[in-house]
Design a binder for this molecule. Structure first.
Ligand code: GRG
Length: 303
């Protein structure tokens, strides 16, 4: 009989293998979609960002949630690619000197360091536009109304009532005299990180014309847990594991759930969120096992 520890280890190995498969499939699909271009510098920088690593965790969420509804792989790869492009754009812009000012991402120099600021801005712009263009293609779904819904919901998740609003709140909080309270931090994280997580699974419900309540509850919980883990890694992780500078947010006195609640309480929160996320998927039975494993990865990950 396997011990609990052995079971956890084998679940984690299965999950990591599946994460790597999803990453490979998404990269192959993106390579197929990427047009050739005669603007060498821009094209080189875009390739650098798209294929510079990254866990492809959002693509994983999309591909696995699509499996719950037996969505054809080609369609799911379209939405998985779109969400990774939006995520990649957000990282390139977040790293800019006027935002978080980072020189390392995914273990490599950031775009504005390797090239220049203008290139980084344009690369982000291109990635964003490309994501929407992909969704509009017929292969995403034959029904135009469904394609429009995918695009519309993604603009909301990424835009001024979603990720951008979260980013603005984050930038303002850094300069504010009064530190943010618990509810304000939760709201900020829900927008900055959670909104894209939510679309990652909601997109599969849109493709399947299925109810999205359970999956959205799951995504909101793991989105927050993912962010708390990110803040913990900023404190406890290393540049080798995370591929980016650590200790920066802590040093800057950034308002996070970890700085507000302390390390132990923050870890407890991630446990609760993981349980909440897994419970939300119970109605899918064994089909949701990998998504449940993803929730556990979210709170245990070291990268
Ligand atoms: C520029 C509008 C705009 C928004 C930026 C995403 C974001 C908003 C900022 C990134 C800051 C940050 C570290 C957020 C924490 C959660 C997060 C998004 C971490 C990075 O995501 P991973 O770990 O990255 O999935 P990889 O590289 O694996 O894809």
């Amino acid at each position: 009989m396997k011990t609990l520890k052995q079971n956890k280890k084998s679940e984690s190995n299965v999950f990591l293998k599946e994460l790597s498969t999803c990453s490979l499939e998404t990269n192959t699909h993106l390579l197929k979609l990427l047009p050739s271009h005669d603007r060498e510098k821009l094209f080189e920088a875009i390739n650098y960002v798209i294929f510079s690593g990254g866990k492809r965790f959002r693509a994983f969420l999309t591909l696995q949630s699509a499996k719950l509804f037996d969505i054809p792989k080609e369609r799911a790869l379209q939405t998985a690619s779109a969400i990774e492009l939006i995520h990649a754009y957000s990282l390139v812009h977040d790293d800019l000197p006027s935002m978080d000012d980072d020189n390392m991402r995914r273990g490599k120099p950031t775009v504005h360091v390797k090239w220049d600021e203008a290139t980084a801005i344009l690369v982000g712009d291109c990635l964003q536009a490309f994501a929407y263009e992909i969704l509009c293609r017929d292969i995403t779904h034959p029904d135009t109304a469904i394609r429009i819904k995918l695009v519309k919901n993604l603009t909301v998740a990424a835009g001024f009532n979603g990720m951008v609003l979260g980013q603005i709140k984050d930038l303002e909080a850094e300069k504010a005299l009064n530190k943010l309270g618990l509810e304000e931090i939760l709201e900020l994280q829900k927008l900055k990180t959670g909104a894209l997580f939510k679309w990652s699974v909601e997109s599969s419900c849109i493709l399947a014309e299925a109810n999205s309540t359970a999956l959205c509850t799951y995504a909101e919980a793991i989105g927050l847990a993912f962010q708390i883990r990110d803040d913990l890694l900023d404190l406890e992780g290393s540049i080798n594991d995370t591929g980016k500078r650590v200790g920066k947010d802590h040093k800057a006195g950034k308002a996070t759930l970890v700085s507000l609640l302390g390390i132990d309480e923050a870890k407890k929160r991630t446990q609760q969120l993981c349980e909440e996320a897994c419970d939300a998927l119970n109605s899918f039975g064994g089909k949701a096992n990998l998504l449940k494993a993803a929730a556990r990865f979210t709170i245990e990950r070291g990268f």
